[in-house]
Ligand binder design. Structure first.
Ligand code: NAD
Length: 367
């Protein structure tokens, strides 16, 4: 069976779905990989490395896709990119709802199937396939570096002949996968770190990383599957009060709060930002889903009363080598789950495959 890997064409996307090391491991499953020339270059993987790993190099996307039963990708393809897909083939990529309307009819006509990587269930058995987690870890790390470079001060305490510099204070809002990595990164850089979340269960994880936990009294919003739920009005007021009190003397604020299927919760208002120290920096990782900060503009930098608000998009693509390596390993784990005797066996009654299948053999299951 053949797998196709093409060059990502979304603006700013530097990742590639499969890295050479994973080509070798797919070969052990009796899978042949066709890689479009140049597909891995922006992530640091030249064509020669793919060829040495046993991949076939294809001149363009159509050649890579010809005869492939499985198409591994990072970003959802544009509808016209999916046209050359072979009849009955399966696409695996991130497939956010916004990308589906134009694409699903093309996949249906091809009697194709499509599995969405953001729909991997958060269960122990699927942990190795969990690309949301692998990519969020990198985003949490990069957010701290971005914030640190936008600051006018350093993070660690420094004792020198020119006097002592106090360590910077970093505050992480939302202590999920990205938030925990942001805490660890800010700690490694020497900041004094605190974190806030509405799931009391994360308190221990925050403390085990050497940060202090800031809680809003009486707010507990643990939802299903380890995620948070949306807050009721009174709880939201208590959250803003707790965050507002704590944020005033922070130097670096990283926000990562999300509620599945809802706009990002609002945790920082304009007034709260105005009350912060001039020179402080906010990095809003929820920019894509509306922002945790009222002032955030997706993909832009905003200044308000001396405070800088960054709303970066697609941070994993700015660490393309490791992001691709982790994503490719997630895909390898999924392939190991899906392939039997060298052929794809898509069983939508399976807990993992069923949760991910947006289209199955031409039938749209999750419009
Ligand atoms: P996420 O991206 O949905 O949210 C990030 C964080 O924001 C979460 O910790 C959430 O509690 C927090 N949040 C939501 N609303 C908030 C608010 N109003 N104020 C402050 N914080 C708020 O979550 P995620 O990082 O993808 O994962 C969350 C949790 O899911 C993990 O910590 C873990 O326990 C669990 N998980 C399990 C698995 C698995 O078992 N395979 C894999 C990944 C994650």
């Amino acid at each position: 069976m053949r797998i196709a890997v093409v060059r990502e064409t979304a603006p700013g996307e530097r990742r590639v779905a499969v890295v050479p090391e994973v080509v070798t491991r797919l070969a052990r499953l009796k899978l042949e990989v066709a890689v479009e020339r140049g597909a891995g270059l922006s992530a640091g993987f030249p064509d020669e490395a793919y060829a040495a790993a046993g991949a076939m190099l294809a001149a363009g996307p159509a050649e890579a896709l010809a005869g492939a039963a499985l198409w591994l990708k990072v970003q959802p393809p544009r509808p016209e990119e999916a046209e050359p897909l072979a009849e009955g083939a399966t696409l695996v990529s991130f497939l956010p709802a916004a990308a589906r309307p134009g694409l699903l009819p093309v996949l249906s006509r091809r009697r194709a199937s499509a599995l969405a990587m953001e729909l991997v269930p958060r269960i122990t058995r699927a942990q190795s396939m969990d690309a949301l987690s692998s990519q969020a870890t990198l985003a949490g790390y990069k957010a701290v570096l971005l914030g640190a470079s936008a600051m006018g001060k350093i993070l660690p305490m420094l004792t020198t002949a020119a006097g002592t510099l106090a360590p910077a204070k970093a505050f992480i809002l939302g202590a999920g996968v990205a938030g925990l990595q942001a805490i660890a990164t800010a700690r490694r850089l020497g900041a004094v770190v605190s974190a806030f979340d509405v799931r009391p269960a994360v308190k221990e994880q925050v403390q085990s990383l050497g940060a202090t936990f800031v809680a809003a009294a009486q707010v507990q919003a643990e939802g299903q599957g380890g995620y948070a739920r949306e807050l009721a009005e009174e709880q939201q007021r208590l959250v803003l009060e707790a965050v507002g009190k704590h944020v005033v003397d922070q130097d670096l604020v990283i926000t990562t709060a999300q509620v599945p299927g809802r706009p990002a919760p609002r945790l920082l208002t304009r007034d709260m930002v105005r009350a912060m120290r001039p020179g402080a920096v906010i990095v809003d990782l929820a920019a894509e889903s509306g922002g945790n900060c009222e002032l955030t503009r997706a993909g832009e930098t905003v200044q308000e009363a001396g405070v800088t608000v960054l709303g970066p998009l697609n941070l994993p693509a700015t660490l393309p080598l490791h992001a691709s390596q982790m994503y490719a390993r997630n895909l390898l784990a999924l392939a190991q789950h899906l392939v039997r005797d060298g052929a794809l066996a898509l069983d939508v009654a399976d807990e993992i495959t069923g949760a991910m299948a947006v289209v199955h053999q031409g039938e749209v299951r999750k419009p």
